[in-house]
Each structure stands twice: as C-alpha cells, then as structure tokens.
Design a protein around this ligand. Structure first.
Ligand SMILES: *Cc1c(COP(=O)(O)O)cnc(C)c1O
Length: 358
C-alpha cells in the first residue's frame, strides 16, 4: 500500500477512443490534440501511445520542442504559432507547423529568412472571435503566405465555439462563414474538435482535431462518455487514511462550514486540491469507496477531502477510493464543482503518481 494519489492511465481505453475517432471521421486525417500535458495524462506518453496518427497539436512552441526532444517524428502543429523571429527559426529547424492567426505573424514571416521552408496553417475566425484572421482578409492572407519562399504549404483552419451543443445554430453559421471565406482556395482544411467529430459530420474537412474524446470524456455539454461509446482513460485514486466519529453539531474542516446533522462517522481521503481535486467541489459531490458512493462533506483541503460514511458502515482505513475514473465519471465530479472535465484533467498535479497500463 502506498500513501500517494495514483493516476491510472488506461492505454487500451485510449486506443478504443482513437478507434471511435477513425470510425466517426473515416475519410479524414487525424491531428490528435495533446496540449496541456496531454490534458493532464502526460504529453509524451500520449504521443507515444498515439504514434499512428498523422499529426499532433499543442498550444505552445515549448510543448512541441519537448515532443521533438522525446523523439516524436509526427507532424506537430502549434496552435498559438510564433511571436518572434527567434521562435520562427526554431519552427523551421525542428520542422514544426505554426498556426498563423494574426497579420503580424505574416509580416514577421515576410521579414525573416528561414533555414528551411515551413508548412503553415492559416486560421480564420469564422465566428468564435478568439483567434484567427477576419474572413474578409482570409484570401489576401492566404495569397501573401503562398507567395513566400519560406512557406512550402498553406492549410486552412478554423475553430467552432458551440459544437458541444447540438441544438446551437452557431455551428452552421460558422461553417457557412468559413466556406465563403475560403471559396476558390485550393488547400486542405481542419475544422472539427471532438464535439464536431461526433456531432457535426459536415464539419469534418480534411483533418480532424480531437482532444477530449481521446481521453474518454464526453465532448458534449451534457451526456457521459458511455453515451458516446468512449472509455475513460484516467482514473484518479487514493485511500481512506482516517475515520472519525463525531456528534451532532460538530463542525468539520476549514471555516467550520459543514456541521454534522447527527452523530456520524466521517472519513478522510488522502487527495486534495494540491493533487488537482477541485476546491470548489460542493458537499454531496460523489466519491467512490469500495462498497459504494460516499458524499463529500466540508471544504476541500490541500491534501485531503472528507466524506460522509453514514451509508458505508464497512469502510475501513486503507480502503481504496476513486475520485474520478473507474466507476465514477469525471463529468459528474466536474458538474458538482461547477466546471468542465477538461479543467479537472488538466489540473492533476505533479505530486500524483502516474501508472501507464496497456
Ligand atoms: C484544444 C483545441 C482542440 C481540441 O478540442 P477538444 O474539445 O478537446 O476536442 C481543437 N482545436 C483547437 C484550436 C483547440 O484549441
């Protein structure tokens, strides 16, 4: 028995989820999104396990360099592109593909001589209004890029704001805006995140960019992984390290914010926000013990959470506990903490021990 928090990473589930991408988007190339440490699962481990895909996407240059250093040979797209001439040269040297989303980046490319020509992505803002060039100047930007000696290939990209909501009209609007902006340009396209891979076939384009679904989480604003035939990859687990018996009126934890409604046993689980468990999880958030669920009580601490053991009379010190994963969907825990599964997965901290299981 160890006294650390463990993250079990199920690589068989990861392969299953990759199959789901292939099945849903069978005629497209796959750019697997492994930014933010592979959504908390370990970036290089995810890259090795997903080595069959055509490309990876990360957000920042240093993530891409880390992958190259680890020997990853796949195409790597960097979603935020470059900011300086020095960064630009590193894209060329390591054969990385920048996403170009601002005119200033095109100007920098025009002013810089590169050791090797780059393959680039031009990102068009079709309505998310975060990153991308305006549709009205898309063709002009494309022509400027295509004319450069330092640019070998230009591909087109856009990102959907509301694909997670199948009833939203925004996705169709964005698709129409994108189609109009790139009409007449001969280039490959990439539009679909996970939600669009599963929910919007008309948005598949030439390259799909799944992230969250690879990790076995529903990409939709409601519904679970199982609803979409996805298998959770991460299981965050720990142990019960104390059981205490309190009387009615005793207050538990910081701020004495939770008060025992009657005499009752309270368990202490070794996992807190210092491990990545959300501090905003409310009392009642489910925690899975050996024989069933126990609701969280009191405030989440850095190293521990407390659970109500009234319905778990057989619980004993040392029992395994699942915070999310096997038997307890991360979607449920995220909802109880008024956040999304993405945030919980990304936040799993360095203190946690990772185990990769084939
Ligand atoms: C993160 C990201 C993705 C992946 O989104 P998921 O919802 O995790 O599938 C795709 N494209 C871009 C531009 C992203 O930033």
């Amino acid at each position: 028995m160890t006294s650390a928090v463990e993250a079990y990473i199920d690589l068989t589930a990861l392969q299953h989820n990759l199959q789901r991408v292939r099945q849903a988007a069978h005629d497209t190339k796959i750019m697997a999104v492994i930014k933010a440490n592979g959504y908390g699962h370990g970036m290089t481990q995810m890259a090795r396990a997903l080595a069959d895909v055509e490309a990876f996407a990360v957000a920042r240059l240093h993530e891409a360099l880390e992958l190259r250093q680890a020997g990853v040979k796949n195409i790597i797209a960097v979603l935020e592109g470059f900011q300086t001439a020095d960064e630009l040269e590193r894209f060329a040297r390591h054969e990385l593909q920048p996403v170009i989303h601002q005119r200033t980046q095109i100007e920098l490319l025009q002013q810089t001589r590169l050791s090797k020509p780059l393959q680039v992505w031009l990102k068009i803002d079709s309505g998310m209004h975060r990153m991308g060039v305006a549709p009205a100047i898309a063709k002009d930007c494309w022509q400027q890029l295509a004319a450069l000696e330092s640019v070998a290939t230009v591909r087109l990209m856009t990102h959907l704001a509301s694909a997670d909501d199948r009833s939203s009209a925004q996705t169709e609007q964005q698709l129409a805006t994108f189609r109009q902006a790139v009409a007449g340009i001969e280039a490959e396209t990439s539009i679909a995140n996970s939600a669009a891979v599963l929910g919007w076939t008309q948005a598949h384009g030439d390259w799909v960019r799944p992230g969250i679904m690879l990790y076995g989480v529903s990409p939709f604003c409601n519904g679970t992984a199982a609803d979409n035939d996805l298998q959770p990859v991460m299981s965050l687990e720990s142990r019960l390290i104390a059981i205490n018996h309190f009387k009615q009126g005793d207050a538990i934890g910081y701020g004495a914010s939770w008060v025992c409604p009657e005499a009752m046993p309270v368990g202490v689980v070794a996992c807190g926000y210092g491990d990545g468990y959300p501090r905003h999880a409310v009392p009642g958030t489910p925690v899975l013990l050996k024989d069933g669920y126990a609701p969280l009580v009191a405030r989440v601490s850095m190293d521990t959470v407390c659970v109500d053991l009234r319905r778990q009379p057989k619980a004993k010190i040392g029992d395994p506990v699942v915070l999310w994963g096997r038997g307890l969907p991360v979607e449920e825990v995220a909802a109880a903490a008024t956040t999304i599964p993405y945030e919980l997965l990304c936040a799993v901290s360095r203190r946690v021990n990772f185990h990769y299981q084939a």
